[in-house]
Ligand binder design. Structure first.
Ligand code: FE2
Length: 194
């Protein structure tokens, strides 16, 4: 994994709880030297300690691994605020409706930040009676291609995976779709609101 619980996060959560290194060490049955090592980046807590550590710090495992205390954030999940994760190794595409720690092929994946399309990634959406036909004029070679197109509404997501040599196009039911997405394997995620 390229992202694991970091020393800075442990220190911040411990200090928020007004605990000393000794007190935290005692709760998870390690030496205070071990806690000091984690906090100064000289070591990682063993994976078997993640659960007790989260418990001692008063947060969930997910919160600990995502590096933030999310208990005070608005967790109402909304499809149109969902996030896409794409594995650079196997091409897996994952959509989450809320905060998540997503890992694939041994890599913790960052959520993709959607941008407004540039000239090369313009999404052409043609609306017919009950569907959008979405197309990009973009290379579809192995090295450089659109990996998926997606249409997201408040209720759900329609996703079409694309492969090299295919056309960069897809059809989506209109069904309350608000955002259209295209993902390029070299240039990232693009979004338009319809
Ligand atoms: Fe591209």
């Amino acid at each position: 994994m390229d992202k694991y619980v970091t020393g800075a996060v442990i220190r911040k959560l411990r200090e928020d709880k007004k605990m000393t290194q000794e007190e935290l060490a005692e709760k998870v049955f390690v030496s205070s030297k071990a806690v000091s090592k984690w906090e100064t980046g000289q070591g990682f807590p063993d994976v078997s300690l993640i659960e007790p550590l989260a418990k001692a710090l008063g947060i969930s495992v997910i919160e600990l691994l995502s590096g933030e205390d999310i208990k005070n954030l608005n967790r109402a999940s909304n499809m149109t605020r969902g996030k896409f994760y794409v594995c650079p190794v196997c091409g897996n595409v994952i959509h989450a409706t809320g905060e998540a720690v997503v890992s694939c092929c041994g890599i913790t994946l960052p959520p993709l930040e959607a941008e407004a399309p540039d000239e090369e990634h313009r999404l052409l959406a043609e609306r017919s009676e009950d569907e959008y036909r979405v197309e990009l004029r973009h290379p579809m070679t192995r090295e450089h291609h659109i990996t998926f197109l997606a249409a997201v509404s408040d209720q759900g997501i329609q996703l079409v995976k694309l492969y090299p040599e295919w056309n960069a196009e897809a059809r989506f039911r209109i069904d309350g779709v608000r955002d259209l997405y295209a993902c390029c394997n070299q240039h990232g995620l693009f979004r338009i609101r319809v």
